[in-house]
Write a protein that binds this ligand. Structure first.
Ligand SMILES: Nc1ncnc2c1ncn2[C@@H]1O[C@H](COP(=O)(O)OP(=O)(O)OP(=O)(O)O)[C@@H](O)[C@H]1O
Ligand SMILES: [Mg+2]
Length: 196
């Protein structure tokens, strides 16, 4: 799979496969094309080479790298979880507990810390019971201990849902230690290709 924009290949020869129950990482430095790859896999941007194959009726839970919520919006944690679908209270409770946010009660989303907000997005992705969780740097801005906990949470969710997880990260060691497979993207690797 390749994506060509503004006269260059942002990513090329990306070959990644996630089976049900697997944890696969995409690793790479800033600008290597990780988010671009994720968006292409989701079908949010078209590919210029190769193809994306999805299982029939594949349901994907996507946690984007950046999500801005208007801080003046009086939106509570539970309300956010219900924005897209009317889940039952028991389902909401379960998801909040699964990501370890149950102690907080029902705070305004704007008051959550960065790490808590990431967990809330994970709870939201989990509620739709996806076949594949696509997480774009879930541990971004989270300290080392917090990142450890977060990856444990992701692992428990994967086991509970039996879903595949494609996790974008900068942590090669983590990918090698815990992943079923990983793909490393190199920034600007393709810049010199096809010139001349
Ligand atoms: N629509 C676009 N048109 C042109 N260039 C783009 C477009 N989208 C992304 N890029 C460029 O493609 C490269 C890869 O961007 P991408 O966001 O995928 O990187 P990343 O690996 O996710 O980086 P980070 O670790 O910083 O999140 C960057 O150089 C970016 O500027
Ligand atoms: Mg990115």
């Amino acid at each position: 799979m390749g994506i060509y924009r503004s006269n260059r290949w942002l990513v090329r020869h990306v070959d990644v496969k996630v089976l049900r129950g697997q944890l696969v990482y995409i690793i790479g430095a800033n600008g290597a094309g990780k988010t671009t790859t994720a968006k292409a896999l989701l079908g949010l941007i078209p590919t210029d080479e190769g193809e994306i194959r999805r299982g029939p009726a594949l349901k994907v839970g996507y946690v984007p790298q950046r999500l801005h919520i208007n801080p003046t919006l009086p939106l509570t944690m539970r309300r956010l979880l219900r924005l897209t679908e009317r889940y039952k209270n028991t389902e909401i409770d379960h998801a909040i507990t699964a990501v370890g946010l149950q102690r907080l009660g029902n705070p305004f989303v704007s008051t959550l810390s960065g790490g808590e907000f990431q967990r809330l997005l994970l709870a939201q992705a989990m509620l739709s019971r996806p076949d594949l969780l696509l997480l774009d740097e879930p541990a971004q801005g989270v300290d080392a201990a917090g990142a450890d906990k977060l990856h444990n949470i992701i692992d428990r969710i994967r086991i509970e849902l039996g879903c595949g997880v494609l996790c974008i990260s900068h942590d090669l060691q983590l990918a090698m230690d815990t992943g079923d497979d990983f793909l490393v993207l190199i920034p600007h690797e393709h810049d010199e290709m096809d010139s001349t």
